[in-house]
Write a protein that binds this ligand. Structure first.
Ligand SMILES: Nc1ncnc2c1ncn2[C@@H]1O[C@H](COP(=O)(O)OP(=O)(O)OP(=O)(O)O)[C@@H](O)[C@H]1O
Ligand SMILES: [Mg+2]
Length: 908
């Protein structure tokens, strides 16, 4: 593009900003085309028929030179500092625009959040596509006057050409249009739209419609980096500021208005308040966009305290505080994962205006196929079972020499390090909640072979004795090339997305020539790459850092091009993983949450969660990385459905801990569900009404629900026993089926009996139901809780009910003469029913001996086991086969090896 030839819309806004009359500008552009020099000459030389004097007046005032050329995307005012003396309104660019054209503020005061739901459900009933409800648009446009419709057409034209010229899109999506409308009317706006729906465009376009700049607040350097790179490709200058910005000159240039879009993390924004105020005066700030705004809320899944301080934007950049402003600088807050309480909290915390527009569109991702699969997820045997298909997908048809971990597409060494990790030094990665109470017996899982377990541990175990401490405080591992900083040996988990999760060489992104930019953005497939784009890459999310390494290593060994990603890996390595992933050189990235928000790669075909996510918000956010090109993609959650998930340790206040448990509980229920469409559960979780009954894609919709079971009898027993236990006096007795039993005084601390006591009591008193294990009874308790018959009796919200308490509804149910209680059994109930194991819990072992039937069963099963063992030892197979493997592991250079050697000596 010749520097002086710009798009008509850009030229239009430039000339308007110079102060020329609207009609003159239109006339000039129509006459000479979108060439700045020619258009200026046309106006200044008086070629326009009318208002000649006025034009010259303008030229006198601003001393515009026809020889002056402004490079595309650069701020005009930065080259002519006195050109704009006061902030101009976008409305001034389009005089016919009435400003009251479309009232999309749902309510006249407050946040009007109740309307969000209505709006969303309206959208969804009509269509599955992610778009604002057309009915609503036509309804509101009826309010428009004739003039405003005319202005709308002008506006549409302008936006349309910016969209086409810079981004290559033919039209705006409905919600994008609504968000721009709000900005156009100088209103604050909260944009709630699905992951991958194109929220970024809502704040990028305003930068192109005016000569002012847009400031974007974003939580992650990697996110800012990716967006800046894309903008450069689209011919838009941008930069990011903050801890990850190595060039201090970039900040200075940004504060001089050199870039159209400036990205910064909240910390930086707070530091730069004064320069930002100067920018607001000249050249002007068109918009403050707060991306991933759920980070503001303590009730969200990724709370960042600094986001909460962003209310200073609304407090400072308003007309009463900055006298030169003609209107408050609008705030645009955007997210895909905010529940109704989070939305309310966001608006309140950011002090967003009372007239904030809420632009919400369906959060449904219609091309995502959600599935939940039971898996222990902790061992090689699980990996073998769960990743078999994935491995086949990537390695099928690959010649053997292409398999393995040593080559990538560039023929370089594939040196992502797996051999060592800090995490293995720690064995406390899980429970915050007492295991005793929460864990469930595992009923159908064959015990893992100790061989497998230790094989896995060996590959993951990091031996301190293997580290050579160097003077520069880094470590080389096993004589290899992996070098880790000291802090790499500390934590286990990525609690939240780290801000500077990527090191970058430069944070300045000027407009790039097309060829260069598309190479950098990784949109083209590298030539000669033996990689099928149709397959698309996979992201596997695991809870701990250790697991990223273990799973990535396993996949690499199986011939998949995989890499681990977590916050404590060396920055250069993270950058490389990002790069290779975006360039399709990696098939699988195994990551913690650090590789979540903002990953915008169109062809990610699978998102696998391997282990419990901590919330549905996090789950949906991460699942949203899949299928951003609209093509069918899989989101599979592998979780151990036999155990209640535990909260990963993190620093939380009591209030936050409660909220964290609540979110984890919702996640648990999502996985235990066997009857409701998963997409429906997810969107309803965010306050959206789901119109259709099902998505026709998820495992529930495809496989159908299980057979309903009549649980009337067991429900009665459970609640009666509970009632008796709650009686809290030994004398209280309840008769059921001719059985008399008593409440006990043995409960600790609380008024409510815990669920284990209730289950034990049932088993003691009702041998008929002894075959139902703890897992099954817990499943039943959840069902009763869902029905409102029981509730958590403790003040603390547990993931799974722990101190059940009978409700009034429950008491009514007990008193009623209802004969049936048909419900869909939960996933845990089904799993438990597969292989019932009545006495697998050690703690209950003693209690059952009193019952002759239980005793008989136990003795029988014991006899069977002894027989089996004798047979095996006669054959002498199993143990002998395992012995050599154990010996081999006695490598005295490792702690584990030395321990094993000591043990075996003791045994001898
Ligand atoms: N009007 C449009 N027409 C076609 N494609 C679009 C349009 N707007 C945006 N896109 C594309 O949608 C993709 C996703 O955009 P973007 O990253 O802004 O999504 P997002 O809503 O911010 O998602 P997330 O919540 O995951 O951050 C981009 O690759 C972008 O090119
Ligand atoms: Mg985004």
């Amino acid at each position: 593009m010749v520097e002086n030839d710009v798009s008509a819309d850009l030229l239009f806004s430039e000339l308007i900003d110079m102060g020329f009359d609207f009609d003159k500008v239109i006339e000039a552009i129509e006459a000479v085309g979108p060439c700045r020099d020619d258009a200026l000459e046309f106006i200044l030389n008086g070629s326009c028929d009318s208002n000649k004097d006025q034009n010259w007046q303008v030229s006198d005032q601003f001393t515009c030179s026809t020889s002056q050329a402004y490079p595309l995307g650069k701020s005009l005012t930065s080259t002519q500092p006195h050109q704009r003396l006061k902030q101009s309104s976008i409305k001034e660019h389009l005089p016919k625009y009435s400003g009251t054209r479309r009232n999309i503020s749902y309510g006249d005061s407050g946040n009007s959040l109740s309307q969000t739901k209505r709006l969303r459900s309206a959208n969804l009933c009509g269509q599955k596509v992610i778009d604002i409800d057309p009915g609503l648009e036509s309804g509101t446009s009826q309010l428009c006057s004739f003039e405003s419709r005319e202005a709308e057409m002008d506006w549409d034209k302008e936006v349309g050409s910016v969209l086409q010229n810079h981004f290559g899109f033919s039209s705006l999506k409905g919600f994008q249009k609504e968000a721009l409308d709000a900005w156009f009317a100088h209103k604050d706006c909260l944009v709630l739209a699905a992951t991958g729906s194109g929220k970024s465009l809502c704040f990028q376009i305003p930068a192109l419609l005016t000569q002012k700049l847009v400031v974007v607040i974003s939580p992650l350097i990697s996110l800012m980096h990716d967006q800046c790179l894309k903008l450069a490709k689209h011919g838009i200058s941008a930069c990011f500021l903050g801890s990850g910005q190595p060039d201090s000159g970039v900040e200075r240039k940004a504060m001089n208005g050199k870039y159209k879009i400036v990205y910064a993390c909240p910390e930086t924004i707070l530091r730069l308040m004064d320069p930002l105020k100067r920018l607001a005066e000249n050249p002007g700030i068109a918009l403050f966009a707060i991306d991933e705004v759920h980070c503001v809320s303590k009730w969200g899944h990724d709370f960042r305290p600094d986001y909460r301080h962003l209310f200073v934007l609304r407090e400072n950049f308003n007309t009463s505080n900055l006298k030169f402003l003609k209107f408050d600088v609008p705030l645009m807050a955007l997210t895909a994962t905010a529940t109704i309480p989070v939305q309310e909290d966001v608006i309140k915390s950011l002090h967003m205006s009372k007239e904030t527009n809420i632009v919400s569109t369906s959060l449904l991702r219609p091309n995502l196929r959600f599935t939940v699969t039971h898996s222990r997820t902790t061992s090689i045997s699980s990996y073998e079972k769960d990743f078999r298909e994935l491995i086949e997908t990537y390695t099928a048809g690959r010649v053997p020499c292409q398999r393995g971990l040593n080559n990538n597409n560039h023929g370089e060494n594939f040196d992502y390090s797996f051999e060592s990790t800090d995490d293995c030094l720690s064995n406390d990665e899980e429970s915050c909640e007492s295991d005793d109470e929460e864990s469930c017996e595992s009923s159908d899982e064959e015990p893992e072979s100790s061989d497998e377990e230790s094989k896995l541990c060996d590959s993951k175990l990091f031996d301190v004795s293997d580290i050579d401490e160097n003077s520069d405080n880094t470590y080389s591992v096993n004589g290899g090339s992996a070098v880790f900083p000291e802090d790499y040996l500390e934590d286990v988990l990525d609690f939240q997305h780290a801000i500077d999760d990527l090191d970058v060489l430069c944070g300045e992104f000027v407009e790039l020539p097309p060829a260069e930019s598309s190479r950098l953005c990784g949109e083209s497939k590298p030539s000669g790459l033996p990689y099928s784009l149709e397959q698309g890459p996979t992201i596997i999310y695991v809870p701990t850092r250790r697991e990223t390494l273990a799973v990535a290593e396993y996949l690499c060994r199986s011939g998949v091009r995989a890499a681990a990603y977590h916050a404590k890996l060396p920055k250069a390595q993270l950058r490389r993983v990002h790069h290779d992933f975006h360039h399709n050189a990696l098939e699988v990235v195994v990551a913690t949450i650090a590789f979540g928000m903002g990953i915008d790669k169109s062809n990610v075909r699978r998102i696998i969660h391997y282990g419990w996510p901590q919330s549905l918000e996090a789950y949906y956010q991460e699942a949203g990385r899949a299928g951003r090109d609209g093509i069918l993609s899989d989101c599979t959650l592998y979780a151990n459905l036999l155990r209640v998930p535990t909260l990963l340790p993190s620093q939380r206040s009591e209030e936050q801990t409660k909220q964290a448990y609540k979110m984890l509980s919702d996640c648990f229920r999502y996985a235990m569900n066997t009857a409701t469409c998963r997409a429906k559960i997810l969107v309803e979780y965010f306050g959206e009404e789901f119109g259709p009954d099902c998505c026709d894609l998820c495992d529930i919709c495809v496989n159908g629900p299980p057979k309903m079971q009549n649980l009337k009898e067991v429900a009665d027993i459970f609640m009666r026993v509970l009632k008796a236990e709650c009686g809290n006096t030994v004398s209280e007795a309840i008769s059921y089926d001719g059985t008399i039993f008593h409440g006990s005084n043995s409960r600790r601390h609380r008024d409510q009996p815990n669920i284990r006591m209730v289950i034990s009591r049932i088993r003691e008193k009702f041998p008929k139901f002894a075959a139902n294990d703890q897992l099954w009874w817990r499943g039943l308790a959840r069902k009763l809780e869902d029905l409102g018959y029981i509730k958590e009796g403790d003040k603390f919200p547990y993931v799974s009910i722990r101190y059940p308490k009978l409700t009034i509804t429950g008491s009514k149910f007990l008193a009623s003469k209802l004969e049936d209680l048909y419900v869909y059994p939960g996933a845990d109930m089904l799993l438990s029913a597969k292989t019932p194991k009545p006495y697998s819990s050690f703690s209950e072992w003693g209690r059952g001996w009193a019952d002759p039937e239980i005793r008989r069963q136990r003795l029988e099963s014991r006899r069977g086991e002894t027989k089996k063992r004798r047979l095996e030892s006669r054959r002498g197979e199993t143990k002998k086969r395992k012995m050599p493997a154990r010996k081999q592991r006695q490598d005295v250079s490792t702690v584990r090896g030395r321990l094993a050697a000591k043990l075996s000596k003791c045994r001898k």
